[in-house]
Design a protein around this ligand. Structure first.
Ligand code: URP
Ligand code: ZN
Ligand code: ZN
Length: 476
């Protein structure tokens, strides 16, 4: 039986036009006007609504052992929330700690997701230690279809790698043609500043930001870019939060470094005053890099519109109130992270597109097409085209609502965006031809999501090519 989405305004990263989309099985097989559907076809009337390609969240944490606890969501809860919010594919950070075996970790993460996710998914493989055994395992993981790495320059002794490890893993990434995503903060400076603040009796959540100031993130971003430049690898800065780090990234882009930039939902809408609230209210807004001074917000919006910030993810990472209180006497023990997977599309649409800060095509590009292109999912995902997966969001721009923990679907007892108004939401969400959300309600089944295997998309670099790039020898 086919599915016809009729009469909507089809909006992609490049175009906007009224039309019908015909779907057979998992794939878009026709786009046009006044389609005559064969008998038995299910019809969704999209008149007066926008139709977007399924949105892709390039940065989420679902299974995450971190800071003496675990992030709250399961693949069932997070994927259901993702779909209700219009996200049809997410890329999860697979994060074994430094003391764990990379391949064992990879299998654990895959097992957690398999048969439990209602939307499609892929992984970024975190490299939290680099040695000969890990190198061999990473080659195997890339062959399995996980064609992107993750590296932490922060979180000393847990996820963080040394500069020596960073260099060698980026050489491998360049050889394999794999892009490396990076959390860019200087781990040593954070550790030292934390100790100074605690020694001065500064223990509350308001001291989290001063322990990881903007310059510490700018240093990490610049250093990552320099390592990319010297290894020829392609890189992607995750959750960039402030103007100095943006400047470091843009300078590297101008030098020709293959560097892409992600910012995440909280950094566009919240500032550090949220983390300065008394007690647990402040703790709820602790994440790294931290929420920043509000002067950064218009700069990030401008950079997003200009395409200097490539993508918008969430860094979805829910910890509940009880978990946040682990840091009641010491801000360094507050689990870092806030949720967002359910709210990214509606909030970016409302405060970006509707408020005039973000062109609607750039919105689709940053939240769907560019993540798909950067991470090897395009053209299967990230666009509306014949032959693409039928991942579609029918969007009701007349909807009015308010973000609230009372009505959310993620597994958490608060929402960092509580009380934010939204002006639009998905009415229908389709994943590979299956209607998973109808009239805003989840109607799908957990476990229908598939792991999407990806090929490396960045030209492998030979040593000779690399030396020529660095000016050490002349290419003939
Ligand atoms: O505070 C954050 N961002 N928590 C999740 C882990 C990470 O650094 O991405
Ligand atoms: Zn991070
Ligand atoms: Zn993260």
């Amino acid at each position: 039986m086919g599915l016809l989405i009729k009469g909507g305004e089809l909006v992609t990263a490049e175009s906007r036009s009224r039309g019908d989309i015909f779907i057979e099985n998992e794939t878009i097989t026709g786009i046009g006007n006044n389609f005559h559907a064969p008998p038995g076809t299910e019809v969704i009337d999209a008149t007066g609504k926008l139709v977007f390609p399924g949105f892709i969240d390039p940065h989420v944490h679902i299974h995450l052992p971190f800071m003496a606890t675990f992030a709250k969501d399961t693949h069932a809860t997070a994927s259901k929330a993702a779909l209700i919010g219009g996200t049809t594919t997410f890329i999860e950070m697979c994060c074994p700690s430094r003391n764990e075996d990379a391949l064992e970790g990879y299998h654990t993460w895959k097992q957690k997701a398999e048969g439990n996710s209602a939307c499609d998914y892929a992984f970024h493989m975190a490299v939290t230690r680099y040695d000969a055994r890990t190198e061999a395992q990473l080659r195997e993981i890339v062959r399995d279809g996980t064609a992107s790495f993750k590296v932490f320059l922060a979180y000393k002794n847990f996820f963080g790698v040394t500069d020596e490890e960073l260099f060698h893993m980026l050489k491998l990434a360049a050889e394999l043609g794999v892009i490396t995503t990076a959390h860019c903060e200087n781990a040593e400076l954070v550790a030292q500043l934390q100790q100074l603040l605690l020694a001065a009796g500064k223990t509350g959540p308001e001291w989290h930001e001063p322990s990881r100031p903007e310059s510490v993130e700018a240093e990490g971003t610049g250093r990552f870019a320099t390592f990319l430049e010297q290894t020829g690898a392609a890189g992607y800065v995750v959750h960039l939060s402030c103007a100095p780090a943006l400047r470091a990234a843009v300078e590297a882009k101008l030098r020709g470094v293959k560097l892409y930039v992600e910012s995440v939902l909280p950094h566009f809408l919240l500032d550090k005053s949220y983390a300065e609230r008394a007690g647990v209210e402040g703790m709820k807004h602790i994440m790294s890099p931290p929420l920043r001074d509000k002067r950064n917000l218009p700069i990030l919006w401008g950079a997003l519109q200009a395409g200097l910030i490539d993508t918008v993810g969430t860094d979805h990472c829910p910890f509940d109130t009880e978990q946040k209180l682990l840091g009641r006497n010491n801000f360094t023990q507050i689990p870092n992270g806030i949720p967002g997977i359910e709210d990214r599309v509606n909030l970016m649409y409302t405060y970006g597109v509707k408020r005039g800060s973000l062109d609607i095509h750039r919105f689709v590009d940053a939240l769907s097409t560019r993540p798909a292109r950067l991470f090897g999912l395009f053209p299967r995902k990230g666009t509306i085209a014949v032959g693409a997966d039928a991942d579609l969001v029918v969007y009701d721009t007349d909807y009015r609502g308010t973000i609230s923990a009372a009505t959310q679907h993620i597994n958490n007892d608060y929402n960092g965006f509580e009380g934010f108004a939204i002006e639009g939401r998905p009415s229908h969400v389709i994943v590979r031809g299956k209607v998973q959300v109808r009239d805003g309600a989840f109607v799908g089944q957990p476990g229908q999501g598939q792991m999407i295997r990806r090929d490396p998309g960045y030209a492998p670099q030979s040593d000779a090519h690399q030396a020529a790039h660095q000016g050490l020898i002349h290419a003939s």
